[in-house]
Design a binder for this molecule. Sequence first.
Ligand code: ATP
Length: 332
Amino acid sequence: MPGPDPAVAATRLAVREHLSDVPEGCVVLVACSGGPDSVALAAALAFEAPRAGVRGGAVVVDHGLQERSAEVADDAAALCRELGLDPVEVVRADVRTSGAGLEADARSARYVAIEAAADRAGAAMVLIGHTRDDQAEQVLLGLSRGSGARSLSGMPVRRDRFVRPLLALPRATTLAACAAYGIEPWSDPHNTDDSFRRVRARRLLATLESDLGPGFGAALARSADLLREDADYLESLAIKARAELPTGPGGNGVDLDALSGLPRAIRTRVWRLLAAEAGAPLADVSAAHVESLDALLTSWHGQGPLHVPGGIAVSRTAGAIVFSPLRESAIA
Ligand SMILES: Nc1ncnc2c1ncn2[C@@H]1O[C@H](COP(=O)(O)OP(=O)(O)OP(=O)(O)O)[C@@H](O)[C@H]1O
């Protein structure tokens, strides 16, 4: 008997490798949009879950942003059930405008909805369908913003219970797997909407691949892996440096000279650690915030106190850098 189609086999192997980490009898969900990547992933999970002794289910998010979104979500859920996944839940995301852009707002709402569904199902793991092409696009977008190693390292294979088994596979593999199953996945109209930066990055990547060679996307994804190792190591050094920073004169804040003496690659990370300790939500502390904090050391001209997200003021005093709640410093 011939084995499965090579693309199907590749997606199944990718899922199998992660299911071996899941205790028997636990639930593993796939986050399925109905698009080719997550459909190929759903089919692979449906095949592998019983073999690994786990229960494969799905969660489909209806963002409510397109006219037919409820229908698209129901179709994706029906497909997941046909594949044999159980439980399958459709959840409505609560997309709130934050000023970060529609794509980012939809993503945040999606992850909140998926987390809640995963809690309800008692899921040990949630599979996400990002591929190597998504990773390459992410790196390209990071380059367009002038990002550092952490952002250029793209998406990790695993964070908490979220896992991206297809991250090393090209999108061509998921498309081929869907074709081999005889499934016609949903084609998101947003994926051809040029007003989204990601869509333009995807098109640019195709041009770069044709001009510089078909390995260009894979090379970007490889750079992301290398940069992640570097960023992880620098972060571990920054944690150590923070722990060793003495307090400023009179026990206030952190010692100015010790902080100034750190290499910049460590110092920028220490600034983020200090902001987090003071209660700033790290996701909201931008590179621009870190730059202006660092200027308290590198181009001091009496500026401040500076404000960082979370209602925190940062001041340079004689010999120290002090983080304090905004109201207190406004009174002071
Ligand atoms: N509406 C949704 N419901 C559930 N999961 C989703 C949804 N949208 C995206 N995801 C998850 O996030 C991953 C990446 O999202 P992205 O928007 O890049 O995918 P897509 O183009 O909509 O579809 P796909 O990645 O499935 O081809 C998806 O593979 C899927 O795992």
